[in-house]
Design a protein around this ligand. Structure first.
Ligand code: NAI
Length: 330
């Protein structure tokens, strides 16, 4: 039998945290035969709520769940974890400027960088969910110099899954038959959702989505803005931000990273740029990646037209700007 793996969830008393802990404990992140020990971190003021989550996990009688730790102590939370899902942070409040949001959140990740370095298992895989996700990942990298860049990622899988969902609805096919959409750039409204390399399985076999949709205007305008604005649309409808879809996407992200992407399929992940596709090195930027044996690699050689190029650059520029705001604050 497999040894249990310790998985850290920060912000575990929050909305996404509440949705994701059960998913992890049911094997949706690491596989149906992998026992887990959950470490849940939240602020002291949320300690009581967090303890309630711990009680519910016990009450769910989950066979894969071999232990639950609920704590507000960073050192204890990071101790020995092999996977860290970092969701803890502050949402944007009305009237808050982006600069204020960045200020409030990046300082969390400066402190957690040292906890991660000192206490996590070597080779711990990290996914940053909390916003600004890409820039928080960068802060973790800058203030955790001993953490290999390849072990730090940020979540754009929700945007990727949203893109697959929009294409599936448009073509009236099952979402499982659509693949290889791409989210380029920042997890923000400047991201570039790109379906120009995507394919869908139909009765006639695997076909380019471009050809099946046969509506360039839809692909360049409506599709792009719907995916970019989907988070806002969910908030408007639900009066709360996306949480079950975010939790589900974070499970997909870690599962594919560790267990591998299916042959011929790529997914989108925010990773440390090596300069691929002309994206400046040293930014956390969402790229198409394939994963094998626990390592991601950026898909190379895709054709980028002028339209795509300008969208990709705009998102890179925003990330440069976020980086300088963050570094000035810290
Ligand atoms: P929430 O406000 O319900 O939960 C956040 C939790 O983090 C709270 O319980 C809070 O007490 C806790 N927290 C704050 N500072 C902390 C710290 N230093 N250490 C540990 N815990 C801390 O928010 P929700 O809806 O769960 O969202 C969490 C984050 O995820 C937000 O930053 C949100 O913007 C982001 N998000 C990212 C998505 C993505 O695709 N990358 C999608 C949806 C949300």
């Amino acid at each position: 039998p497999k040894q249990p793996v310790k998985v850290l969830v920060t912000g575990a008393a929050g909305q996404i945290g509440y949705a994701i802990v059960a998913m992890i404990a049911r094997g949706l992140m690491l596989g149906p035969d992998q026992p887990v020990i959950l470490h849940m971190l939240d602020l002291p003021r949320a300690a009581e709520a967090l303890d309630g989550v711990r009680m519910e996990l016990i009450d769910a009688a989950l066979p894969l769940l071999r232990g639950v730790l609920a704590t507000s102590d960073e050192a204890e939370a990071f101790q020995g974890v092999s996977v860290a899902v970092l969701i803890g942070g502050w949402p944007r409040k009305e009237g808050m400027e982006r600069k204020d949001l960045i200020a409030k959140n990046v300082s969390i990740y400066k402190s957690q960088a040292s906890a991660l370095q000192q206490h996590a298992a070597p080779n711990c895989k990290v996914v940053l969910v909390a916003n600004p996700a890409n820039t928080n990942a960068l802060v973790l990298k800058e203030f955790g110099p001993s953490i290999p860049a390849k072990n730090i990622t940020c979540l754009t899988r929700l945007d990727h899954n949203r893109a697959l969902g929009q294409v599936a609805e448009k073509l009236n096919v099952h979402v499982g038959d659509v693949k290889n959409a791409i989210i380029w750039g920042n997890h923000s409204s400047t991201q570039f959702p790109d379906a120009s390399h995507a394919t869908a399985r139909t009765d006639l076999g695997e076909k380019p989505v471009k050809q099946l949709v046969a509506d360039e205007k839809w692909l360049k305008e409506e599709f792009v803005s719907t995916v970019q604005q989907r988070g806002a649309a969910v908030i408007k409808a639900r009066k709360q931000s996306s949480s079950l879809s975010a939790a589900s996407a974070a499970c997909d992200h870690v599962r594919d990273w560790i267990l591998g992407t299916p042959k011929g399929t790529w997914v989108s992940m925010g990773v440390y740029s090596d300069g691929s596709y002309g994206v400046p090195e040293g930014l956390f930027y969402s790229f198409p990646v394939t994963c094998e044996k626990g390592e991601w690699s950026i898909v190379q050689g895709l054709q980028i037209d002028d339209f795509a190029r300008s969208k990709m650059e705009a998102s890179a520029n925003e990330l440069e700007e976020e980086k300088s705001i963050a570094m000035n604050i810290l």
